[in-house]
Write a protein that binds this ligand. Structure first.
Ligand SMILES: Cc1cc2nc3c(=O)[nH]c(=O)nc-3n(C[C@H](O)[C@H](O)[C@H](O)COP(=O)(O)OP(=O)(O)OC[C@H]3O[C@@H](n4cnc5c(N)ncnc54)[C@H](O)[C@@H]3O)c2cc1C
Length: 559
């Protein structure tokens, strides 16, 4: 065993008493009723880092250390004494743990199976509060300290690096980032794992597996994101998409006893997850970042027993028989009696031929702190006149030297909330360019120059600007439905009263009743959120629709 350092980063956190609460005798007794008492010897390993989490431990005598593996040995993360307990968010999802738990001295623990713990968390509100708060804060601290099982070696000039950073960040997975261009020790690490500079971005997964230019799916596979989920049994509900609408349906469905599986092609949060600050969602007077809202919602869904599969792209809905089957891009399938489509919408792109050349290398579709760091002190362009553009402009103005808001229209009043228009007008760093469109992007590995045209005069100007944020609205993610469901002219899904008698006849609607509110032209298939025709494109309406759909799901399941 390598000697552990004396660093105890988690314990230094100012909220240490919430991260490492000590349970009372009565609380321990309630947990003990669901588990078994186990003697441990000095040096005994209760749980090995990298294993799927199947047990939860409460220390009743002695001390347990949590250590993590590093490239050169081990590092001490925390020490748990009597009344304290193991675990963080992976306890809910059943994913692999980041640390090894080892007894420092002989003692005793109560061992509770993960399934029993999940039941307890759903039924004992006092224990639920203490455990959930500790699990969430522990994960947040692991992320803040980069204590995880992933090392990303990348470069600020590589779009793949930004994609992987976003994937890990938005999935709340801690990682250590090593920059090829600035980190002096990087060559030793590359040599150690036999990888070259051309292989970047490289993900070193669980200190063992080296992935060169990995896809999000390969990273999810290596980290075991979906390992604990049984794909073979028929679910009550399969929800496709883990944006606000899908997560709301998952929380309500699972909390009302339904067997819920969520499929998400990227990371929980959807479009909202890329928002730097949502200020108009009820209950958050000082705003909340989309990332935080998504993390909370996803944890809440899993607390109630919903299972969320990550990096799983639904490719086809087999709608000719029941239970419905959803085919996934990796060739696997899931079956469910009811399907909730919550696939949202995708950003509109700039009509510039070489746009994809600069995807994430100067052209971005979200303005979170990750992108803001990349353009610190630079000039940036925000293209678009809606609320997301307004928020991005105000957010980026905190760090950028100047923000140009570029719109084709004559102003913002018709497309943006009044409060944002006022903030833009009052911010001296933000310059509004009306009657303007971007016509060319230039650069080599990274965007270096942007040309825009004044649509009234036709004058084209080129500016040395390295960052463009495209915030021009979205088109629905319905291509995968392949003729199964009635869509409107723009490709959004028709539901409930929007389905005309002709739509229902064309779809061979088989039931005597009409479709429920939010039900599509296929019985038992619902559509919620931005993907639905007529939906108001807001977080609150997405959440509202996701939760309303669940009441109809119950009715359909009892038909
Ligand atoms: C930058 C930005 C800022 C915003 N700010 C605000 C705000 O402040 N206030 C507000 O009210 N609204 C805001 N909005 C709008 C709000 O985010 C959306 O209305 C909301 O996210 C819609 O939720 P949704 O669940 O319907 O869809 P989405 O959020 O689009 O989520 C859909 C999810 O489905 C997944 N998906 C798509 N296709 C598939 C597939 N085939 N298989 C599996 N998964 C799939 C996607 O990856 C995504 O995670 C903002 C939007 C953006 C882009």
């Amino acid at each position: 065993m390598a000697e552990a350092s004396s660093r105890v980063p988690l314990a230094f956190d100012s909220r240490a008493d919430q991260i490492f609460p000590t349970l009372t005798a009565a609380q321990i007794a309630r947990l003990a009723a669901h588990g078994r008492v186990r003697r441990v010897e000095a040096g005994e390993v209760l749980f090995e880092a990298g294993e799927k989490i199947a047990q939860f431990f409460v220390v009743t005598a002695g001390r347990i250390e949590a250590v993590r593996r590093t490239a050169v040995g081990e590092e001490l993360v925390a020490i748990e004494g009597p009344g304290q307990f193991s675990g963080e968010i992976s306890m809910l999802s059943g994913r692999r743990g980041f640390v090894t738990f080892r007894a420092i001295e002989a003692g005793e623990v109560i061992e509770v199976g993960r399934e029993e713990l999940l039941t307890l968390v759903q039924t004992d509100s006092e224990l639920s509060d203490i455990l959930m708060r500790a699990f969430i804060l522990r994960r947040a601290t692991l992320i803040a300290h980069g204590i995880g099982d992933v090392v990303l070696v990348g470069s600020a000039h590589s779009s793949g690096t930004l994609r992987i950073k976003e994937f890990l960040t938005r999935n709340g997975h801690p990682y250590t980032y090593i920059d090829l261009d600035t980190d002096p020790g990087v060559q030793d690490l590359l040599d150690h794992f036999h990888v070259g500079v051309d292989d970047v971005p490289v993900v070193i997964c669980r200190c063992t597996f080296v992935l060169r230019h990995p896809s999000n799916g390969e990273i999810a596979e290596c980290l075991g994101f979906n390992e604990a989920i049984d794909q073979t049994h028929i679910r009550d509900v399969a929800i496709v998409g883990a944006g606000p609408s899908g997560l709301a349906a998952a929380v309500y469905g699972a909390s009302e006893g339904l067997d819920v599986l969520v499929l998400e092609m990227n990371a929980p949060g959807g479009q909202a997850g890329s928002s730097s600050k949502i200020e108009n969602y009820l209950g958050f007077p000082t705003g909340i970042s989309g990332q935080e809202l998504a993390a909370r919602a996803s944890t809440q869904a899993q607390k109630f027993g919903a299972q969320v599969m990550i990096a799983k792209d639904a490719k086809r809905l087999v709608c000719t028989r029941k239970p419905y089957v959803i085919e996934i891009d990796d060739g696997s399938r899931v079956s469910a009696r009811v399907v909730v489509i919550a696939t949202g919408a995708e950003y509109r792109k700039l009509p510039v031929d070489n746009l994809s050349q600069f995807d994430s290398s100067g052209v971005y579709y979200g303005a979170t702190f990750v992108e803001a760091q990349l353009c610190d002190g630079d000039e940036v362009i925000v293209a678009g006149g809606g609320n997301s553009a307004g928020q991005a402009a105000v957010f980026l103005a905190q760090t950028a030297r100047r923000v140009y808001v570029v719109v084709r229209s004559a102003g913002l009043a018709e497309s943006m909330s009044r409060y944002l228009v006022r903030r833009i007008e009052e911010n001296p760093k933000i310059v509004l360019r009306t009657h303007t469109e971007i016509v060319a992007l230039d650069g080599n590995q990274h965007l270096e120059r942007v040309s825009w045209r004044d649509t009234r005069s036709g004058t084209v100007e080129a500016h040395d600007i390295r960052h463009v944020f495209v915030m021009m609205g979205a088109v629905p993610n319905t291509r995968w439905l392949d003729g199964c469901i009635a869509l409107d002219a723009a490709g959004f899904i028709k539901t409930g009263p929007d389905l005309s008698p002709d739509d229902l006849t064309a779809a061979h609607w088989p039931l005597a009743r009409l479709p429920h509110l939010l039900e599509t032209s296929l019985p038992g298939v619902f559509a919620v959120g931005d993907v639905r025709g007529g939906n108001v494109k807001r977080v609150a309406s997405a959440v509202g629709e996701g939760s309303i759909a669940v009441s109809f799901v119950h009715q359909v399941l009892h038909e």
